[in-house]
Design a protein around this ligand. Sequence first.
Ligand code: IVH
Length: 712
Amino acid sequence: MNDSTLPADHPFLTGDELLFAALDSMGAEAVAEEAAALGEAIRWHDHRYYVLDEPRVADGFYDRLFRRLQALEEAHPEVCAADSPTQRVGGTVVASLPTVEHVAPMLSLASGADETKLREFDERLRRSLQVDEEPPPEVGYVAEPKFDGLSIEIVYVEGRFDRGVTRGNGVIGEDVSANVKTIASLPLRLHVSSRPAPAMLAVRGEVLLPLAGFQALNRGRVEQQLETYANPRNAAAGAIRQLDSSVAASRPLDAFFYEVLASAGAELPETHWERLDWLREWGLKVSGRRRRCDAIEDAIAYHADMDLARDELPWEIDGVVIKVDNVAIQEQLGWRSRTPRWAYAYKFAPREEVTRIDEIALQVGRTGIIAPVALLAPVEVGGVTISRASLHNYDQIRAKDIRPGDTVRVHRAGDVIPYVVERVDDRLEAERSPPFEMPDACPVCGSPVERSGAYFVCTGGIVCAAQINGVIEHYASRHALDIEGLGTKTVRQLTESSLVESVADLYRLRAEDLLPLDLFGDLKASKLVEGIAASKQTTLGRFIYGLGIRHVGQHVAEVLSRHFGDIQALISADEDELVAIHEVGPEVTRSVREFFAESRNRDVVEELLALGVSLQGPADAPTGSGDDRSGAIFSGEKFVLTGGLESMSRTEMSALLESLGARVTSSVSGKTDYVVVGDNPGSKARKAAQLGVATLSEPGLWELLESRGYER
Ligand code: IVH
């Protein structure tokens, strides 16, 4: 095994230990020893990756450790500890969530979004400490982010994770241990390298779903026609309160800790600041942005700083919490009925506002998907004026019953596109606009609109100005007309400069037209014009594929080319003839018919032919790059597969995707296009969500393949 990825200071595994002896040749003791070493190593890497954000090894290396531990535990279940890293993956299903009493009450915080209220809190507190001194002495504070998530109690007994309990009514909560254990940054064993673990430690923290994970989750839900979550907090809470822990495992939850609720068998330090240091040393995630404040002025400055930093944070915070640092003083100050006198939540202006929808506009994307967008009466949300918000899709608009003229609640967080959360409108039905309907015709080109799963799609393709860039890129792509030099940026320049308004315009370009454009010098301009001219000699199959007819991928285009041998025959083919062709189903038939029924599409074809595009029929036509028959429907898009698939093995699926032009890699990065998530997925699903990479379920993958013209 190649151990070159091992970090120099890796504490647990050396290359020798990674030889991974054959399992059946190992004695029970050797298995137990190796499982323990692997468990330690994985815990160490988890901490570096999820808590410190400083991974030391490539994902592939980590996955090998993980799979080896899984294999050992499968063969020898007796070595599998309840807190083994493999037990985080979820899958436990319970009938109900038992209720549990908290070790100490989980109460609430006095809060406000007003600076004077914070100053009053400070003054009140100092006066009650030293009534006779004037002015009262300063107290030291610790200011920290107020995480907008779900409050949780985690109890460790003898350093081992014992349970995770929701806040509930503050005294009794629900035992959500199986779900909480899926949180990758949460240690299942406390680290004891700095100091021993206490006999019992109960900590309070917040479970969060990072914004990227939230967006990816909602994107997936839109595709599956499920209702979206209103905010990351609800999505986190929804996962933590599930009976089936695989739901939590599929969401990249995180958790930060900010209080010791109770402890036994350890003398904790006297200040909150140091207590947080101890929690961090025990391996718990603690905010690195907390700040010591000598006086309330510093806390006010901290609030202003965090308000500015808020948009750059990967998760939502809704304010800052200011706490008296000295624990003895905290105790002296004590509690009101439900809130401590020593802490205050100084909130930010909310990121949600109520406004009116003036209009529901339709935006046609470059792939033809028509997205409804809410045009709003402008409203300031957290310092930014917004006048547009996403409505996700038609089904969500109907489910939430949102219509033009309605008053709605909108949400903006980080750099995420603002979205409409819900309708908050109490007008009578008669006073409202009629329910929103998607149009039958594309608002840009007037072509018919077709429904495809959750989406409405313009069928205009080749004549739709909104899709022109995508259309040209596809027309020029390797398996279509194969014109070199027509990448995304170049195409955008050509269309933005109005030199190209349809594919036919490509054949009218002269090198001198291109020279004024930024991206072109003499050489590049003449090369592109030559490349375009060379593409005139093409095959019928490539040409049909290049037209970008929905559901007509490269393979189907070849089938049509072989059957008809001539473009005019295809144009005039009727439904019966098309549907009778082996490998041509009703969907393809319908889209081919719709495409050629549109006179503007036929005009473009005629124009291309008139400009000299010459189509060789299949008999004498070489099929080009040899892999044409496999039907390349991806052009190098990067896939990662994780978890078990139902329809075929992962290896077979990789082979299929690769035969269709995709690249299948083993680790997820920002460059990955899709992560296909099967059963019991590993860390890759979580990483995808963290990076905001699109994830596909297995049915979702098939849908994608079919939408690109692949036929099973
Ligand atoms: S301290 C008794 N610190 O805010 C004091 N709470 O509105 C216990 N929260 O229910 C809470 N970040 O869920 C504290 N750094 C932080 C916090 C925090 C978020 C939540 C917590 C609490 C709510 C109070």
